[in-house]
Design a protein around this ligand. Sequence first.
Ligand code: HAM
Length: 447
Amino acid sequence: MPTEKAAPAADVKKKSKTPETLRGFRDVLADEQAAWEKIESLARGMTQAYGFGRIRMPVLEQTALFERSVGKDTDIVEKEMFTFVDQGGVKMTLRPEGTAQVARAYIEHGMVNQSQPVKLWYFEPFFRHERPQAGRYRQFYQWGIEAIGSDDPVVDAQIILMAQRFCRDLGLDVIVQINSLGTPASRKDYIAELVKYFKQHKKALSETDLKRLTKNPLRLLDSKEPGMEELKANAPQIFDYLDEASKQHFMKVLEYLDETEVPYALNPCLVRGLDYYTKTTFEIVLNNAPSPELEGLALGGGGRYDGLIPMLGGRENTSAMGAAMGVERMVLAMKAANAMPPRREKIDVFFCQLGEGARRKGLAVYEKFREGGIMVGEAFGKGTLKAQLEIADKLKAPVAVILGQKEVLDGTIIIRDMESGAQEIVDVEKVVGIIAKRLKDVAEKQA
Ligand code: HAM
């Protein structure tokens, strides 16, 4: 590859002969899998209910897509994109976000001819060369939802509602920070006022903020530099500069949120780090973050992007609204809130085998349970009954089935109640049916 060179020392964790993950990249191990599965299955259920169709997009796109949509003067495009030139001389980028991709796909596949709005969701990895820290990685997953082709404020409210309910259903106590950025025209007047205001306080601005003042003044409202809190609090507020239509739109969104009891707080400093937003913008943060690393960390965010589709060559006046939730951050928040699901699914039965003959026959009997839709635990690698029953206990199996040499010869198997220790011998051909019936009886009793 033309740009191939050794990684700078800062991007490999330490000099070691054993290869390790790159800085900001991570393996998701067994202890997190149940949470990831819960998140994805909730996302799937929710998008199905709200009529979203799934889209899977390539990880590489032409660099120009993000430069044009996310904005050349944003941190993402300026500093955080993994960009390289391939063997054919094409400049490409590992996608830093999904909205620009969905917009590209909407135009490329003529989705304007489908019934509008076209609602799409994705659950995929994205890449940003950020400084790694808790909740900030260079590869991270997002659950994204995009509704393209409607300017109705009810769509804004629905997307925000989905994001908030999603967090709530994962056991998280969150609040929506919300703002409106109006139209590009109304924002122009506001930005002029903002620049005027911050120019009066130029001496108090850091190097970074002075750069923002000339390049992307709205981002000053996002500044975490020392002393900025007070300056920001006294800065002109965008709400006073909104055009009438944006104001009406925003009020409607808030009414819908009130109606559906979505907790929100107005945040006039919420400008977001991507240039394509118009009107509604929002972020989801934890209420009373349980640990300092989660304080102020956005679990997700989004907003309206009415100008993006036309700007990329789509039909004029194609409005859109969307959001994306950060999966790693959801998991971090679930851990901190003690809302992690149990590591393993509950099992119905634990399968024990004793001796080589039983092990051989047991493999086939085990398959019969699995094919019968019964959740069976096993430890075929263990030899003694004691070791296997200990695992059955640990997994909280209500029942164990035990196959020994004698049972193999007799064509039987033992069913053991794990709580009372009571055992009975049944025909091995009938055991799956017997257990299935018992499970059904228990389920009916509990219903
Ligand atoms: P974003 O705010 O840049 O928006 O990212 C959305 C979420 O992705 C963040 O709130 C955060 O949870 C997660 N996230 C972002 N960067 C990182 C990172 N480096 N490490 C871990 N998690 C991260 C967007 O990407 C927009 N495309 C959202 C959108 C959809 N707007 C309209 N439609």
